[in-house]
Write a new protein. Sequence first.
Length: 88
Amino acid sequence: MMPVSHPKEVIDAAFVLQTMLAMYVDPGSGSYYFQMLIAGLTTLFFFFSTIKRRILSVFKKSGPPAAAPAAAAQPPAAGPSKDQSVPK
């Protein structure tokens, strides 16, 4: 083992060891963090797609007004209808 010549080396080694221990993530919390990441990304995707759709709907041209159906515009025909019988 090498003798420690500077106390700074001891402090640096302790800092590296502490950092390495803080980086440990057990499998249960690792999967939880992964789930939170996926949920956050999905939320951001739908949030910005909704904003994009609302902005584009402001600038989208609207089509011509809907015309009235032809059957509603004509008056009813005179005489009996096909399902009614005419008395003789």
